[in-house]
Design a protein around this ligand. Structure first.
Ligand code: G6P
Length: 474
């Protein structure tokens, strides 16, 4: 086991969020999402201070009381330091720049943006830069308590933090992990040039920069060269290290009471052939084209009507952002359209379930025959790794070639082009008809890949690479 060492983690979302309970008291909720899950082994093994944004009023109340000791799901203690932003600053940072701009640019969604020509300079300066400054200042203060600690910054919300920490503490050892795709110079060209330049300079202030795939890493090298003429530096400080999921945790979940009860409900209502998708409602996840492809399959294959059903478990996400509200409406309309065309008594082709219930997703993972994962682009996609771990029906995965996970799982999935609806309908047919031996061997292969490339190894590699690139002085 690696020795415990101090570590300062910086992310926008904290591993724990707070709300006010009915009696007005503070209630803690475990933060969800891939990023928080991924960092868990670091919290469980090391002496972690986690710096994150206060996102709710209750978080802000916690922030006002100063840093506090918290416990992870596994019971390890860590220090949580919330940073409160002015609500106007936070809205510009999260709701105008980080999501509808950076997330959209980095997922090839810029055309869907409501106002692509809006002047981005003010929200960039007054929102993104300000919020990054506040988190960097808190990280520097935490670093002063433990000067030998590496600073490990996460994701697209915080591209400027490393450079700000570096300016304040030139000796700091800093790593950044980007959990979303990286695009080449053409992708960045839609933004005012000063913004991508600051983003690339920010990352190059790190000692070590991680991506989920070689494809995103090489796009980073290419854009560093094109924008700053610093491709060689980017080459030497970056790496691909795909994240994964905790196989043990999924084995425990599927055996637990919460999942068992929900699984009975799925079994009671399941069609003969169950196609499943599990996603956040996000334009990048491409649910609308998935429904269209399913409708096309039913149109082309009358014999499947009444036998196959698509269950979509979709979690509401970022609903303060207009593009996400519009996309939710489009998702609901696309699902309703398939049902309007094909439903008949006793058979509803698409069951759309919009809620946040992770255990229900795990229960459905056990029961699918086909798993549809068709994002337009995705840094990795954890569903493609989680679901096969617990599936009990030799289910087949259909996976977008533009999801990072495709780089690892390609031999054992039906690959699709996420923009090609006809191709997805054909892939659904192919997956449904795949011979049993192949179904089983593909599923087994995915499982064994996920079990052998575990989260511990991911976290250990991040720290090893940082140590190599910025050796710890004795
Ligand atoms: C997804 C992405 C992560 C990102 C997170 C932020 O999980 O894969 O890269 O950090 O969303 O989500 P939030 O709910 O905080 O906007």
């Amino acid at each position: 086991m690696p020795r415990a060492r101090p570590l300062v983690l910086v992310s926008n979302r904290a591993p724990i969020g707070f709300s006010f309970g009915p009696d007005g008291g503070l209630e803690a909720h475990r933060g969800a999402g891939g990023l928080v899950t991924a960092l868990r082994p670091l919290v469980d093994r090391h002496d972690v201070t986690w710096v994150a944004s206060a996102m709710t009023d209750a978080d802000r109340e916690v922030a006002a009381r100063g840093a506090r000791d918290e416990r992870s799901a596994a019971g390890s203690s860590f220090r949580l330091r919330f940073v409160s932003h002015d609500p106007g600053v936070y809205r510009l940072f999260y709701g105008v720049v980080a999501n509808p701009v950076l997330w959209f640019v980095q997922h090839g969604l810029w055309n869907l943006k409501q106002d692509p020509d809006a002047d981005l300079e003010p929200p960039w300066q007054d929102g993104y830069v300000e919020a990054n400054r506040a988190l960097a200042a808190a990280a520097v203060e935490e670093l002063d308590r433990v000067p030998e600690a590496p600073v490990f910054v996460q994701d697209y919300h915080l591209y400027l933090v490393s450079a700000l920490v570096r300016a304040a503490r030139p000796e700091a050892r800093i790593a950044h992990f980007v959990h979303i795709p990286w695009v080449g110079p053409d992708g960045w060209a839609v933004l005012p040039p000063a913004i991508p330049r600051a983003i690339h300079e920010g990352l190059l202030a790190c000692d070590s920069v991680g991506f989920h795939t070689e494809r995103w890493r090489s796009a980073f090298v290419e854009s560093c060269e094109a924008l700053l003429g610093r491709g060689a530096e980017a080459e030497s400080c970056s790496h691909a290290n795909p994240i994964t999921v905790d196989a043990g945790e999924f084995a425990r979940l599927v055996a637990g009471r919460g999942v068992r009860a929900r699984r009975e409900e799925v079994v009671a209502r399941r069609p003969e052939i169950l196609v499943l998708r599990v996603d956040r409602i996000d334009p990048a996840k491409n649910a609308v084209r998935g429904f269209e492809a399913f409708g096309l399959l039913l149109e082309q294959e009358p014999a499947l009507r009444g036998r196959v059903g698509l269950v979509a478990l979709l979690e509401p996400s970022r609903e303060e952002i207009p593009e996400y509200v519009d996309y939710r409406l489009a998702v609901e309309a696309a699902a309703a359209d398939v049902n309007r065309r094909f439903a008949r008594p006793g058979w509803e082709p698409v069951v759309l379930d919009v809620r946040d219930d992770f255990l229900a997703s795990v229960a459905a993972y056990a029961e699918y025959d086909v798993l549809l994962v068709n994002p337009i682009m995705d840094g990795l996609n954890l569903v493609a790794k989680e679901a096969p771990l617990v599936n009990m029906r030799d289910g087949v995965t259909i996976l977008s070639r533009d999801a990072g996970a495709f780089e690892e799982l390609a031999p054992w999935v039906v690959g699709i082009d996420p923009l090609d609806v006809e191709g997805q309908a054909a892939a659904l047919k192919q997956a449904i008809e795949l011979p049993p031996e192949e179904r089983r061997s593909w599923l087994e292969a995915i499982r064994s890949h996920v079990r052998t490339h575990d989260l511990e190894a991911w976290a250990a590699r991040e720290l090893e690479l940082l140590d190599e690139r910025a050796p710890l002085r004795a």
